[in-house]
Write a new protein. Structure first.
Ligand SMILES: Nc1ncnc2c1ncn2[C@@H]1O[C@H](COP(=O)(O)OP(=O)(O)OP(=O)(O)O)[C@@H](O)[C@H]1O
Ligand SMILES: [Mg+2]
Length: 234
């Protein structure tokens, strides 16, 4: 459902991603791992055409992507939950989540708020709170709900576990595993937290300085014992 070939990304004169190849089947979940500055966020933003300038080929849902801007890619079924979550502080949780419905894809209805609460039960009790009243973990759940309401085929989560307490991280992993089972949705999760990534994905790509330095199953990753020391420990 996603096929990326020779993706290069640039911020101004800076060449950030170097020839990334990536494949993702419908219903599959992959992790993008890498240390600070490896290019994880740039990669997700490039798929959505959100910020960096890109070269290379991306096929999504059988369609070659060209110059489609981010909103058009959202309508085709991509959703990105950004690292900084971007919850509107003066809107209620319900309003924050409903903002995401504008990205519903062509010809397919968004979820209703009730359906989103069925998929993410922990946002149910929060619906009338204001954005600024949420804890970090609650903000993350709301940001995921906002991405999910458009019924995306591909949900991209940028470091969802960052800054959250361990007990919340466990809850978040369960949540993500529940929503990936719904409707054969595909997932890309970027992380520096290996345990969280392992729990929520089928296999992984490891990035370093904008290039893929390893891709394979978690079993293959574990058998290459030096990968963590070389590419993940700071
Ligand atoms: N808006 C921007 N303008 C210029 N350079 C940028 C911009 N955003 C990111 N970069 C650079 O691109 C490189 C990759 O950054 P990116 O944010 O993709 O890394 P990351 O793997 O997501 O890191 P982190 O784990 O810190 O989120 C870094 O060298 C960063 O300084
Ligand atoms: Mg990042």
């Amino acid at each position: 459902m996603l096929e990326v070939r020779n993706l290069n990304a640039f911020y101004g004169e800076s060449h950030i991603l170097h020839g990334i190849d990536l494949d993702l089947a419908a219903g599959e979940s992959i992790a993008l791992l890498g240390r600070n500055g490896a290019g994880k966020s740039t990669c997700l933003k490039s798929l959505l055409n959100a910020d960096p300038r890109t070269e290379g080929s991306i096929r999504f849902a059988e369609t070659p992507l060209g110059a489609q801007p981010a909103f058009a890619r959202s309508r085709m079924g991509m959703a990105l939950v950004p690292e900084d979550r971007r919850i509107f502080p003066m809107l209620t949780v319900a309003q924050n989540i409903e903002m995401g419905a504008f990205a519903a894809r062509d010809g397919r209805k968004p979820y209703t708020l009730d359906e989103v609460v069925d998929l993410l039960p922990m946002v149910g009790p929060l619906l009338s709170r204001l954005g600024f009243q949420l804890s970090g973990g609650q903000q993350q759940m709301v940001a995921i709900a906002r991405g999910l309401i458009a019924r995306p085929r591909l949900l991209m989560l940028d470091e969802p576990a960052e800054g959250l307490a361990p007990v919340i991280v466990d809850e978040l992993a369960d949540t993500i595993n529940a929503i990936r089972k719904a409707e054969g949705r595909s997932l890309i999760v970027t992380e520096q937290n290996i345990d969280f990534a392992r729990e929520t994905t089928d296999r992984l790509y490891l990035l370093d300085v904008g290039s893929v330095v390893f891709s394979g199953s978690w079993g293959d990753f574990d058998r290459n014992g030096d990968l963590v020391d070389r590419y993940l420990v700071l």
